[in-house]
Design a protein. Structure first.
Length: 410
């Protein structure tokens, strides 16, 4: 391979070190007294001559070069690869604040964030608790029509199971049914006893009050007429005396249930207009007897408890429709109960059943749908339900085409 050539003039002359040998180095006497100055240093008793030649380092490949005034010198060549391998990379400086922090500073930062988080949660919980307790202690202030504040003071209600004796209803209407021979399918209970349970407050919520409604414990007999409603736990709310009737604030509950009426087999096949008066004598059906069970789905039931109006008599009441006599304390307040069938798109029906041994009912294939007096209202209610509209009812509104029962227990 031919090496590149450079001009001699372009090469800077390098310094040379020469060693001068004395002529009388064999004579030991003369060696002690001879002094030879080489121009650089003084050498004594030199056995052999040594010439030191400097090396020229460069990054380019080169051949041995010649100096114009000195002997030939050799150039030592170092490649770029060897230079790069000998260099160490510099460390990368940290980019984020977290990476520039020491370990102790990071621990203190984490502890500070946890402390602020726990402090925020504690303050929020204390604020929520103080607001709830303040709302329970404060009186309920409502605005009337003339924007004057009305303060409602509600008397505490007694809790426990109570007997609600039901006599003749104040109001009774079966106008929602079109056929006269089907009017008995809507009857109002009379001469019976409901059991109203005012339940204890749930744990941690002393302001909430729940009630249930049902039949007192019996012997499993099945009786003719309107069956006692079975209402699951429902919340009581407070209604102020806004209309100035003097009834005072009251407790109110509102829910729906499937209303059932048991009729004899010939009650739906009678010729002529049957009577719709409440049945005073509750006849018990015998095992093996066939009867009609008429159901009104999602019947609205409301209850009003006037805590500022004590009942006339608050003695114990014994149940009347069971063979086993037991006593319950009578409801100490005036109570009003209202049942009403509203258009809901679910028509009432009657199915034939048979009484079994032990009090059960077995179904059969016979089922009839009751004709309603306003089928158009049922169609509108069905469309509203399909469109997702909320079902609203007008409170205590008497309409000629509604089936309704109302009792006032004093």
């Amino acid at each position: 391979m031919q090496l590149p050539h450079r001009s001699i003039k372009s090469i800077r002359p390098l310094p040379s070190i020469y060693t001068v040998f004395p002529t009388s180095h064999d004579n030991p006497d003369s060696s002690n007294s001879s002094k030879v100055n080489s121009g650089t240093c003084l050498l004594r008793q030199i056995e052999d001559g040594i010439e030191v030649v400097p090396f020229e380092r460069c990054n380019a490949l080169s051949a041995p070069i010649l100096s114009p005034d000195h002997e030939e010198k050799e150039v030592f060549v170092v490649s770029q690869k060897e230079l790069d391998s000998s260099d160490k990379p510099l460390p990368i400086p940290p980019r984020s604040i977290w990476q520039r922090m020491f370990t102790r500073q990071r621990i203190l930062a984490l502890l500070g964030v946890q402390f602020v988080t726990l402090l925020t949660i504690g303050i929020a919980l204390m604020a929520a608790k103080s607001r709830s307790s303040a709302s329970d202690r404060s009186a309920k202030v409502r605005a009337t029509d003339n924007d004057s504040p009305l303060i409602d003071t509600v008397v505490g209600i007694r809790r426990g199971p109570f007997a609600v004796p039901i006599q003749f209803p104040q109001q009774q209407s079966s106008a929602c049914l079109a056929n006269t021979n089907e009017l008995l399918a809507w009857q109002c209970a009379s001469d019976t006893t409901f059991q109203l349970n005012i339940l204890p407050s749930p744990a941690g919520d002393s302001s909430s009050t729940m009630v249930t409604l049902g039949a007192p414990p019996g012997n499993g007999s099945i009786y003719h007429g309107h069956q006692i409603p079975e209402i699951p736990p429902t919340e009581l709310t407070v209604i102020p005396d806004r209309d100035g009737s003097g009834d005072g604030p009251m407790y109110h509950f509102r829910t729906t249930y499937n209303r059932a009426v048991l009729l004899k087999e010939e009650d739906l096949t009678r010729v002529g207009k049957p009577t719709v008066q409440p049945i005073k004598q509750h006849t018990a059906f015998q095992p093996g007897e066939s009867l009609w069970r008429c159901v009104f789905n999602e019947t609205l039931i409301e209850g009003y408890i006037y805590v500022n109006q004590p009942a006339i008599t608050s003695n114990e009441t014994s149940t009347t429709n069971t063979s086993t006599t037991f006593r319950l304390p009578r409801m100490p307040y005036v109570v009003k109960l209202v049942e009403q069938r509203m258009p809901n798109g679910k028509g009432p029906s009657c199915e034939k059943v048979k009484v079994q041994q032990g009090g059960g009912l077995s179904r059969s294939s016979d089922k009839v749908m009751l004709n309603l007096s306003e089928p158009a209202s049922e169609l509108r209610a069905t469309k509203s339900a399909l469109m997702g509209a909320k079902f609203r009812t007008r409170r205590q509104t008497e309409t000629a085409n509604y089936c309704r029962c109302q009792w006032l227990v004093q």
